[in-house]
Design a protein around this ligand. Structure first.
Ligand code: ADP
Ligand code: MG
Length: 623
């Protein structure tokens, strides 16, 4: 796999001109900002010493509030208090409608592809809501550093697609920030632990947060990180354990669940507190107010809690194994295991994940801050504050990128899990004589047929000089930059005519969809292969038929007698009939039969065209 050199911006800055830069972990639940000050990297606290900024924005009667105060108002003012906006950013109407059922907000649908959230202060897009969070973090950094930020590095989940990355950049621009680079969260965590200074090797980053789980396998080679594979579950995290513990409490206390789960919800706070306490204590005592007014007191010990947590941990282990398989590695290939996310404070998680990889998990850094710290280190380098030191961070594309070809098939140009930045090109040609335009349809997904992949963009290459079918050489190149954005360019080689498109789809895929697209492609591999073979045969048949019909129209009368014409036409209509069927082998046999029948005709045509070419020339010119 070829690695491309990335030229980093800002490396020419003079050593004494330190440019201010910050790393931002824009999280689903909490966000953080970190910076390098006097050579030391750390997250930056607010005026009250709090490092974590809850990713919650409240559009209140007296203006916009972000963070702790907004979070506190969520229960009383849910419609105007937006939490977890990261789940919505870069997503289209369909995605949001699916997620929307679980969210308390009011969505307004405009003719723009992006839905907006209705609040008392107006309608806001997820990009605008995210920009509010970024503004607060940037202001915190600027007051701590005493100047204007020259730029920031913002982290995103490794599975974020084009639209989600672009939307994150848009939010930064809206907040008045220059984005040096978007950085994948696992890569940032590895950088925070200084793994980039280690010897070459394979590392795993296990990130278990409140509502999401991500696993990434990284490879360090000559100071360069590649993300070999990513996996996880966007609906798995510490919140699930809170519910499990709450149910356990209800069972013990003899409390019946109600239809709306109102009782369960009320117990979540107690359950979460017990869970977190058990990361350091052996037992947690509980005192619960029952619906009938009585109290229940009990105790949850570590062993019981571990047993409750085990099924959830097993799900993460299964995802880890799948990710390893994607990377083509065995668990023992992993050298360092980085733990990220609040839920990795649980001893049972550390134990079981460490067991799987046969490694002692790295837990010295605060699992909440590790991503922001890595982003800050990278921002400092990109701002040009580290002389000629250049850290190259390579990520992967989560789904294959390709083009539609004849017969509704997908030709993959860049396979999934290829490291980025990457550029790949392939040549195509025209299908018809005199064809002057070509449609380019860019697709994402693992399946063989266009109908089963996701359409990213379409454009046309026009102004191709008229040539016979198959003579034009059209080079289509795919370039994915370091932020994961795709640009597709089509160039006709002889004339140099060119067309291109930057792919900014209006909505994104959920990682659940990515998962299910991958699963589909594995389940259907056999079926797809048969479908591909059939379509290829049909394309071949159509090409043969078109060429023969064109020839017959031109010189069929002149070169063939009636009996010969009947014979050719019988073979032609036999192929037409077969090609309408579904047996690829039969189509191939019919194509071969037609070609054989027409051998003599092709020969006559060739002789005739040679004679035509020679006409008017003296015979000695050819000797
Ligand atoms: P996210 O990535 O979703 O923003 P975080 O990484 O901040 O989430 O993790 C939040 C989760 O971590 C919550 O479910 C919280 O209960 C859990 N958590 C925090 N501290 C502990 C602890 N000491 N023990 C167990 N779980 C914890
Ligand atoms: Mg997180």
């Amino acid at each position: 796999m070829a690695l491309l050199q990335i030229s980093e911006p800002g490396q020419s800055a003079a050593p004494h001109q330190q440019r201010l830069a910050a790393g931002i972990d824009l999280g689903t639940t909490n966000s953080l900002v970190a910076a390098v000050r006097s050579g030391v990297v750390d997250t930056l606290p607010d005026g009250e010493g709090r490092h974590l900024l809850p990713s919650v924005v409240r559009f209140g009667a007296e203006g916009t509030v972000v963070g702790e105060a907004a979070k506190a108002a969520a229960a009383e003012d849910p419609l105007n208090t937006i939490a977890s906006v990261k789940r919505l950013i870069g997503r289209g109407l369909a995605d949001v409608e699916r997620l929307g059922g679980r969210l308390p907000y009011k969505f307004v649908h405009t003719d723009a592809a992006v839905p907006r959230l209705r609040t008392r202060a107006g309608d806001f897009s997820p990009v605008e809501v995210s920009a509010e969070i970024l503004r607060v973090l940037a202001a915190r950094a600027e007051s701590a550093l005493g100047g204007t930020l020259s730029g920031v590095v913002i982290t995103v989940p490794a599975y974020f697609d084009e639209a989600q990355r672009q939307a994150t950049k848009d939010a930064a621009r809206l907040a008045g920030l220059e984005v040096f680079r978007l950085l994948n969260e696992p890569t940032a965590a590895a950088v925070a632990y200084g793994l980039d200074r280690n010897a070459d090797g394979i590392h795993a980053v296990y990130d278990l947060g409140g509502g999401t789980f991500d696993i990434s396998i990284l490879r360090l080679r000559r100071g360069v990180f590649e993300v070999l594979a990513t996996g996880g579950d966007s609906a798995l995290g510490g919140d699930d354990l809170d519910r499990t513990v709450a149910r356990w409490i209800m069972e013990r206390a003899g409390i019946e669940d109600d239809a709306s789960h109102g009782i369960l919800r009320r117990l979540l706070g107690d359950a979460c507190a017990a869970k977190e306490a058990l990361s350091t204590a052996d037992r947690a005592s509980l005192r619960i107010a029952r619906p009938d007014g009585a109290h229940w007191a009990g105790e949850l010990d570590r062993a019981t809690f571990d047993a409750l947590a085990d099924p959830l941990i097993t799900r993460t282990i299964t995802a880890c194994r799948r990710c390893l398989r994607d990377a083509g590695l065995r668990p023992d290939a992993v050298q360092e295991l980085v733990m990220v996310g609040g839920s990795t404070r649980m001893p049972r998680v550390r134990e079981r994940v460490g067991e799987l990889f046969g490694a002692t998990p790295l837990v010295e850094l605060d699992p909440d801050r590790v991503v922001a710290i890595g982003a800050a280190l990278q921002a400092n380098i990109l701002a040009g504050n580290r002389g000629d030191e250049d850290l190259l961070l390579l990520d992967v594309i989560p789904l294959s990128l390709g083009l539609e070809t004849m017969g509704g098939l997908v030709e993959k140009i860049i396979p999934r899990n290829t490291t980025i930045p990457v550029a790949r090109a392939q040549e195509f040609t025209t299908f018809k004589d005199g064809q002057t335009a070509m449609a380019v349809h860019v697709l994402q997904g693992e399946r063989e047929l266009v109908a089963h992949c996701r359409s990213l963009a379409r454009f046309e290459l026009r102004g191709i000089p008229p040539m016979v079918a198959g003579a034009a050489r059209i080079r289509v190149s795919f370039e994915v930059d370091a932020d994961g954005l795709l640009q597709v360019t089509a160039t006709e080689q002889s004339s140099g005519v060119e067309a291109q498109v930057e792919v900014k789809p209006s909505h994104g895929l959920t990682d659940g969809e990515i998962e299910s697209m991958l699963r589909d492609s594995m389940d259907r591999a056999g079926e797809d292969l048969a479908a591909r073979r059939l379509r290829e045969r049909r394309v071949e048949a159509e090409r043969t038929l078109a060429a023969l019909r064109a020839a017959l129209a031109k010189d069929g009368e002149a070169l063939l007698d009636a009996a010969e014409r009947d014979r050719v036409e019988a073979a032609l209509s036999w192929l037409e009939t077969t090609a309408a069927g579904t047996d690829p082998e039969a189509i191939r046999t019919a194509v071969e039969a037609l070609e054989k029948t027409c051998d003599f005709y092709v020969e006559r045509r060739m002789n005739r065209s040679i004679r035509a070419a020679m006409a008017g020339h003296k015979i000695e010119e050819f000797e």
